[in-house]
Every structure is written in C-alpha cells, then in structure tokens.
Design a protein around this ligand. Structure first.
Ligand code: PMV
Length: 352
C-alpha cells in the first residue's frame, strides 16, 4: 500500500463534557463534517505535514526525526505544537506494530477550523493512526477500538489531560455512551440506538482558549470546593445517563430539557461565554426543545435539539443571524473509513 486516505468524522458532545474528565459518563455523537488525511511513506526519515483549512499560518511543517529539527515558516513553538498530534500518533502506531521509524507525508484537509470543540484534534490523531496502521501492514478496521485507544493516548500525551470521549466517538461513530470507568477499552464507548432521528442544529462561534486551558480552569474551580463540585460532576453524569435513556426511547422533549439543564451546569462551571448564553436563549425562544454549549466552552461549538427537521432549518437561520456558523443538522452513523488512493495534492511551497 503506497498511499492511503482516511476519512474521519468530527463530533459533538450531547452531555457530560468536563465532568467526563473526572470519570463520570458522557454522551457524544459523530457529525457529517470530516477530516481527510492522505498519507504515504517517504524514503527519508522526515515527517512532512501539510494542512488545508485548519490553521491560518501553518500550512506546511516538517520534522526531521533523526536530528529532531523542525522546518516551518512559522515560529518553532507553533510548528511543534501543530505537528505534535501527528508525530505522537505516528510514534504510538509504530510502537504498537513493533516496527521501526519511517518518514511520512501527511496531508490533512478540514473544512472546520481547529480548536472549536468539534473534535478536530481527536480526528487527526485517530486518522493518523489508522493511516499509519494501513501503510505499515496492520488492519485499522480490525483494530478499530485499538485505533481509538491509541488516539486517546496521543491526546493524553499532547494535552496532558483528556477523556476518551472525542477519540472513541470519532473512531467508532454514531451516538456513543462514554464510560471512562468501564474498566476495559471495549466497553468505554457503547453505541446508543436512537428510537427516532434526532433533528439537530450544530454551530460554532470563535473560541477563546484551548481545551487544555479550559480543562485546567475547571480543575482550579473544582479545587476551590472539591466536595461541592464533585456533586456537580455527579449530577452531570446522571444527566448523561438520563439522556441515553431519552434517546433510546425517542423522547425528544425530555432530551431537549436535559440538554438545557446540562448547559446550565456548564454555566456553573464557568465555561460559557456571553455570546453563547445569548445564542442558547435565542434558540430556545425560536422553538428549540433544548440547547447547550458543546465541548470545552468559552465560545466554540453549540447544539440545539429541534422538534422536527423543518424546525431545525428555522433554528439554523436564527443561529446564523446571531453570527454563528452552522455546520451540521444530523448525526453521522459511522466512524473512520480508510478509502482508496486519490491523486497526491501538489506541494504549494518549497518545503518538500
Ligand atoms: O476539545 P473539546 O472542545 O471537544 O472538549 C473536549 C471535552 C472535555 O470534556 C472538555 C475534555 C475531554 O478530554 O473530555
């Protein structure tokens, strides 16, 4: 196999972000917006990453694995940060397969910007591992749960703290009940079968702060009153459990109500900005059954549950009128897929 293309969905969090970091369950779902990763082996020992649509200034970055030197038009720190998910994922894949270090060309296309709470970094980690497995003789479809686990380990190494939610949801797809305390990786992300389609509106606004910074902010808040905030986290876990049941029986009204209560608790954790508060209230007034910030917060992604697909269209128009970008109105049932070869994109700069 000389070149592979991996298509990975991004995701939303229906319930339980932040609390899931403390071990309580969460519910997340893949959405039909994708990261496409085209990978091939190089004859030298360099990792050359080219991106399209993710970062404003970092479209092409290279790392020489022998000398650990970075080539980029941006600052070295920015370049290393942009490379970190890919280089860590490649190393973990090679260690998993027990094969030696190689050089890779990695071309990442995204129609969503990075760091808005829709799981782009998880999708990059998962996609890089799946592509590496395929190139180096493994079968990523057979090892789907291991791909999710290695993606999670990538996020843990790069970010310092991460739950398995984003990587398992983007790797496995559909709606997932995430139980970080399940004990075995096979039971971390259980598929939730919806009794009926869930009309959704997913959008985002610009975000201030990274996931790692927002997780650290919540950790500081929690340490100011651990017993009280542990109870808040527990209630968020209870909401995730109730949301799972509401989805399984097709009770959209209850689902909406619970989603909005989860949003209130994110407000209590201090991760909802003024713009999101306004958007959430406006979407509820426009007829949404429920709405919440989705992901680490401080802007970024949000979602609304609509009573019908038609109403979802109306709610999307309201969200756009408030300055948000709407990216999806449904759930994607599958996880990553490894596709056939595509023509290699032409390099756009002299770093090759
Ligand atoms: O990176 P985001 O915005 O999708 O947020 C991830 C969700 C958190 O619960 C805040 C962190 C985690 O690792 O689960």
């Amino acid at each position: 196999m000389s070149r592979v293309v991996v298509k990975v969905p991004t995701k939303i969090t229906i319930a339980g972000e932040h609390a899931v970091v403390y071990g309580v369950p969460a519910v997340a779902a893949a959405i039909p917006r994708f990261i496409l990763i085209t990978m091939s082996l190089r004859s030298d020992n360099r990792i050359v990453v080219e991106t399209q649509g993710l970062y404003a200034r970092l479209s092409r970055v290279a790392l020489d694995r022998s000398s650990d030197s970075v080539e980029s038009l941006a600052s070295e720190d920015d370049a290393r940060r942009a490379l970190s998910y890919v280089t860590t994922a490649l190393r973990l894949c090679e260690e998993f397969l027990g094969v030696g270090e190689r050089g890779y060309d990695v071309y990442i296309e995204s129609d969503l910007p990075a760091s808005i709470g829709l799981g782009t970094s998880a999708a990059i980690s998962v996609g890089t591992i799946a592509g590496c497995l395929k190139l180096r003789g493994g079968d990523p479809e057979e090892y789907r749960v291991r791909v999710a686990e290695l993606g999670w380990r990538t996020e843990l190494e790069v970010q310092g703290a991460a739950s398995p939610m984003d990587t398992f949801t983007t790797a496995l797809g559909g709606i997932r009940y995430i139980d970080p305390g399940a004990g075995s990786v096979d039971r971390i992300a259980t598929w939730i079968a919806p009794a009926k389609p869930i009309p959704l509106v997913v959008g985002y606004t610009p975000r201030r702060g990274t996931t790692a910074e927002l997780v650290a902010k919540v950790r500081r808040l929690r340490s100011s009153a651990p017993q009280l905030f542990d109870r808040v986290m527990e209630v968020i876990g209870d909401i995730a459990n109730a949301i799972r049941r509401a989805i399984e029986v097709g009770d959209l009204e209850l689902l909406g109500r619970l989603v909005t209560v989860n949003h209130g608790l994110l407000e209590a954790l201090g991760v909802v900005d003024r713009e999101h508060s306004l958007i959430i209230h406006s979407l509820l007034e426009a007829g949404a059954l429920g709405a919440k910030t989705s992901g680490a917060g401080s802007g970024g992604a949000f979602l609304a549950i609509a009573p019908s697909a038609d109403k979802a269209g109306e709610i999307a128009i309201v969200a756009k009128g408030l300055g948000a970008t709407v990216v999806a109105t449904g759930i994607y049932p599958r996880g990553f897929s490894v596709e056939g070869q595509r023509p290699r994109p032409r390099p756009r700069s002299s770093l090759s």
